[in-house]
Design a protein around this ligand. Sequence first.
Ligand code: IMP
Length: 197
Amino acid sequence: MKKIVFATNNAHKLQELRQMIGDRYEVLGLADIGCHEDIPETGHFIEENAQIKARYVKENYGYDCFSDDTGLEIDALGGEPGVHSARYAGPGHDSEANIDKVLSLLQGVTERTARFRTAVVLLQGDEIHLFEGQVEGVILTERHGTGGFGYDSIFQPVEGDGSTFAQMSPQDKNRISHRGRAVAKLVEFLNLQASTN
Ligand code: IMP
C-alpha cells in the first residue's frame, strides 16, 4: 500500500480522511512519522500555509504529503479573520475568545455574510496540486448549538435548514463544509491515480 502523510496532529481530521480514502493509501499523521515540531505557519494566505506545512514534511522526512489550512472570511471585516482564524483573539486564546471578538466587532452590523475556505496542498514527487473548498453563510448574533469546534456555533451555512454547523451532525456538516469539499476533491484525485496505476 502506498504511504502518504497528512501534515496534521488532529486525530479527528486523520480519522475522517482515512474513512474517506479507503484502503488504497496508508495515511500517516505527523506523530506517525516522528514529527513533533510545531511547523510555523507564516504565510499570508491559507494556500501559502498549507504549502509551507506540506513542504516542511517533504523536505525533512521525504514523504509525499498533503496539508490543509482553513480561514473564516467575514465580508464586513474585510475578509478577517481569514488566515488568522486560529488565533484571532491573540496567542493563548481559545475558540470562545475568538467568537467573542467576532461578535463584538459585528455588533450592530447587519451585513453579516461570510465563508469558510479550505486549501489542501498535495506534494507528490516534484508535483504540487491544490484543492479548494468553500461554504457560504452568515454570522449570527449569538451562539447556537454545542457540536463542532472553532466558529461553528455562530456560522449558519446558506445551504441547510437554518442550523449552525454546531447544530448539525458531523456527517451533515462534512457533506457541505469547506474542508469536506476540498478533501473530497483530493480523495477523488488520489483514487483516480491509484486506479490507473
Ligand atoms: P485549521 O487550518 O483547520 O487549523 O483552521 C484554522 C482555524 O479556523 C481553526 O482554529 C478554527 O478556529 C477555524 N476553523 C477551521 N475549520 C473550522 C470549522 O469547520 N468550523 C469552525 N471553525 C473552523
